[in-house]
Write a protein that binds this ligand. Structure first.
Ligand code: TRP
Length: 333
């Protein structure tokens, strides 16, 4: 019975614009892993998106390969899910052009991320930065994804994607599945260790833990984590953002509940607590780092994974793009 029901499809991606962090793991990849059995999952390394701001070519290449190894080391299984590199599937850029002709200048101008990034990169506001959400819509719609796991900051882009799909379907009849943003219940939002009011960001080396950090780096970063002037380990996001963030990390690392963790550290100072959080993260990340290193030494295997991923992705993407060409009125190739 169940095998006859089409599983819902999931699409998501992360840019290889920096090293993956504990935030990417706890907020995204860990959930992606959990979704693999119940859903038909497509996970991408979105290198086309990464070049919307200037990248060093050697770093970009290295990080894309590392990211693939890390996806697998974290538990994404290339036998279950499609793992691929965006630039290996030309349909993304092709559909992006077409969808761009169904997207309003005004809509793109309203995107919060565009406004932020064009301030950060005021000397290099490119057409690519502006049309970034159109490429993201193409990513999602090519695979007829039902659900798109993303952080709060990407919700607006998924909603725009939905609007574009709806508009296209309205003009040409049912073509695209309308996707929904999927913000998983247990998706932990990890904040910066240096400034717990901000999200943990890969561009803030001391405030973030990279998945490939050595134990001594992890220990140091937790030791320096910003807390508050009280002494009790208690979850209170407003009054105690630093301690609350550390509790979130500790619980996500150990599987304990907040109540259990609070009881465990009752009467102990912040020093002992920070050390315990650091140790828990070190143990959580150790197998991921070791497996990533092992995989990176096996280039032939990683190549076979991304080739097979691109082949399977192209098959699905090709079907959607052919349909779009037909509807728009292009002559079949
Ligand atoms: N824009 C997303 C981010 O920066 C990455 C991304 C690109 C993405 N294409 C996507 C996420 C498609 C989900 C679906 O986080």
């Amino acid at each position: 019975m169940e095998s006859n029901v089409r599983k819902k499809r999931i699409f998501s991606g992360i840019q290889p614009s920096g090293e993956l962090t504990l935030g990417s793991y706890m907020g995204a990849i860990k959930n992606w892993v959990a979704l693999q059995d119940e859903y038909d999952c497509v996970y991408c390394i979105v290198d086309l998106h990464a070049i919307t701001v200037r990248q060093n070519p050697a770093d970009l290449r290295r990080r894309a390969m590392e990211q693939l190894a890390q996806y697998i080391a974290c538990g994404l299984d290339p036998e279950k899910s499609i793992l691929f590199i965006q630039s290996h599937v030309p349909q993304h850029a092709e559909l992006s052009w077409i969808l761009g002709c169904y997207t309003q200048f005004g809509e793109l101008s309203r995107m919060t991320q565009f406004k932020q990034k064009s301030q950060q990169h005021a000397d290099n506001i490119t057409a690519g930065l502006f049309t970034y959400p159109v490429l993201m819509a193409a990513d999602i719609l090519l695979y007829q994804a039902d659900l798109v796991p993303v952080g709060e900051d990407q919700k607006q882009h998924v909603e725009l994607c939905r609007d574009i799909a709806q508009r296209f379907n309205g003009v040409y009849s049912e073509t695209f599945v309308l996707p929904e943003p999927f913000i998983p219940k247990m998706g932990a939002r990890i904040m910066s260790l240096g400034n717990p009011m901000n999200k943990m960001s890969k561009s803030d080396p001391e405030g973030c833990v990279y998945l490939l950090d050595r134990p001594e780096d992890i220990r140091r970063k937790f030791k320096r984590a910003v807390t508050d002037s009280e002494t009790s380990v208690r979850f209170d996001k407003e009054a105690k953002p630093g301690i609350s963030n550390l509790l979130t990390i500790y619980c996500a690392s150990t599987g304990k509940t907040v109540e259990e963790a609070e009881a465990e550290f009752a009467g102990q100072g912040y020093g002992a607590f920070k050390t315990a959080v650091g140790d828990a993260v070190i143990e959580l990340m150790r197998p991921v780092r070791e497996e990533t290193e092992r995989l990176l030494a096996d280039k032939a295997y990683l190549e076979s994974v991304y080739r097979e991923g691109a082949r399977r992705a192209q098959y699905l993407a090709g079907k959607t793009l052919a349909k779009v060409h037909r509807k728009v009125g292009f002559i079949a190739r």
